[in-house]
Design a protein around this ligand. Structure first.
Ligand code: HEM
Length: 470
């Protein structure tokens, strides 16, 4: 990289062309900016205002990840969806742990933490196993299923029952669909450019969806309050924090926290499971080695928590899947006080982006990065902040232990029951709304366990992320 070039922000038409391409498909843009400019790329924060000194910097690699993720006084979280007008329902439902900073962040994190500690998560094992078994019980050999839809339902069932204490499937499945629509609208490019609450504009649709979501979450909270709230699920804990110690959490904060946790929990787990099943369908030798490990230790049963350590290949498969296809591909922060990042002086109000996707593809750290190679983890520990599917530092994903446990339980149950083969003629392009997801779903054929055939290769942009032999 030429340091002089890196110290000058990109200006002119290239800013617009990058922005337009980024909105359509961010992955190739991140990749080509990294290839062309190295570990730091800067843009003017506001290309319309010529004398605005603020910058938008994309910073790639473990050292910058560490700086951005650990220095929480300078680099502040901003949340994952646009802000919305002051006092709107959208502002309430988008505001949870993920967008809080400072004392409020520390307070909410410690309120939520008991439900996400390893000791609590171990206790979720039976429900996770029961719900996964229930799902595969409904599958039939020979049928083609959209596995991403199945994984979405499973992830929603697990987080709703385990974390939020729901028992009625229909009510939270409706909430799940509503959240999906709200997120999809939040990520529509038109929303970023035209934030007008006028008839026919998607921004108005977003605000109405947020109002619906706000109403629905409040209704559920009131219902729970009426029934009982002495459980140890997240909603009961938060209601207690609100009711018993009024300073701990306002009613609006309670609504925001529940909405954001619901969103964060099911999108990410859905894609982690879906991509892992896809990758295994493309690598029969790895799949058969994994099945040998699972059958040898579990004999068809769901794993117990004390068996996790005896399933090393499963662990590497999960790790490698989230390396090569990280559910969350990048995160952003707002600069809250003047700081220096590499050669750049960043005034307050600048923005920075760090990227899981670029970091996990650095060939110096991960040789042959586009190859799905779980064995690489057998004798390798990455440098600090080089493997960050769950972020890192004081804001490390609160659902980390929960998700790892869920994946370690769900995958063996599914794999020991059926073989899943990609449906012929499938196209896999990615779409990005908080997570990297398969745009048209993941159609897979349910086959009897042990069925061996040449993997069906997909068409589509997946090939520029994962090397698949023809
Ligand atoms: C495979 C599953 C998951 C992945 C890959 C994932 C990824 C991430 C990442 C990358 C961050 C950091 C974002 C940033 O700092 O820029 C994060 C934060 C967060 N995640 Fe997850 N997540 C997963 C599951 C979950 C689950 C199950 C929950 C909750 C039930 C959850 C709730 C959160 C919350 C609340 C934060 C914000 C933490 C804070 O700022 O203190 N996530 N997650």
């Amino acid at each position: 990289m030429n340091p002089q070039r890196a110290a000058n922000p990109i200006r002119g038409a290239k800013v617009w062309s990058c922005a337009a391409k980024f909105i359509r498909d961010p992955i190739p843009v991140l990749r080509s900016l990294h290839q062309e400019h190295g570990s730091l790329v800067a843009f003017p924060n506001d290309p319309f205002r010529q004398f605005d000194p603020r910058l938008y910097v994309m910073a790639f690699g473990p050292e910058y990840n560490e700086q951005i993720l650990t220095n929480t006084e300078v680099f502040k979280a901003r949340g994952i969806v646009p802000q919305g007008p002051a006092g709107s329902a959208h502002q309430i439902v988008r505001f949870g742990l993920i967008s809080m900073n400072g004392e409020q962040h520390r307070r909410h994190r410690s309120l939520l933490m008991p439900a996400f500690h390893r000791s609590a998560v171990d206790g979720y094992r039976d429900t996770m196993a029961m719900l996964t078994t229930h799902l595969v019980d409904q599958w039939r050999v020979g049928e083609t299923r959209d596995i991403s839809r199945d994984m979405r339902d499973l992830a929603l069932d697990v987080s709703s029952m385990v974390l939020f204490g729901y028992s009625e499937k229909e009510s939270y499945r409706q909430l799940g669909r509503l959240i999906e629509r709200w997120m999809a609208t939040s990520f529509s490019p038109k929303i970023w450019f035209f934030q007008w609450d006028l008839p026919g504009f998607p921004f108005r649709r977003l605000l109405r969806l947020a109002e619906e979501l706000d109403r629905e979450v409040r209704r559920m909270i009131h219902q729970r309050r009426k029934e009982s709230h002495d459980g140890d699920d997240v909603i009961s804990m938060l209601i207690r924090a609100h009711d018993q110690d009024n300073g701990a959490m306002t009613e609006d904060e309670l609504v925001g926290e529940v909405s954001i946790l619901f969103t964060a929990a099911h999108e990410t787990n859905t894609v982690a499971l879906t991509w892992t099943l896809f990758l295994l369908s493309q690598h029969p030798k790895i799949l058969s080695d994994l099945l040998e490990e699972l059958d040898g230790e579990l004999h068809g049963d769901a794993p117990r928590v004390d068996q996790f350590d005896r399933l090393p290949l499963l662990e590497w498969v999960i790790k490698e899947s989230m390396r090569i296809l990280p559910p969350v591909a990048w995160g952003t922060r707002a600069v809250d006080q003047p700081t220096q990042l590499g050669p750049f002086e960043l005034p307050k109000g600048s923005r920075v982006l760090y990227s899981q996707y670029i970091t996990h593809n650095l060939p110096d750290i991960y040789p042959n990065p586009r190859r799905f190679h779980p064995e690489r983890w057998s004798s390798f520990a990455p440098p600090p902040y080089a493997y960050i599917p769950f972020g890192g530092g004081p804001r490390l994903c609160i659902g980390y232990a929960f998700s790892m446990t869920f994946l370690r339980i769900a995958l063996p149950i599914i794999l020991q029951r059926y073989n899943l083969a990609l449906a012929p003629g499938t196209r896999i392009d990615r779409t990005y709304q908080v997570t990297i997801a398969p745009k048209y779903g993941m159609p897979m054929v349910v086959q009897a366990k042990g069925t061996r055939s040449k993997p069906i290769r997909p068409e589509g942009t997946i090939h520029d992320m994962v090397a698949l032999d023809s």
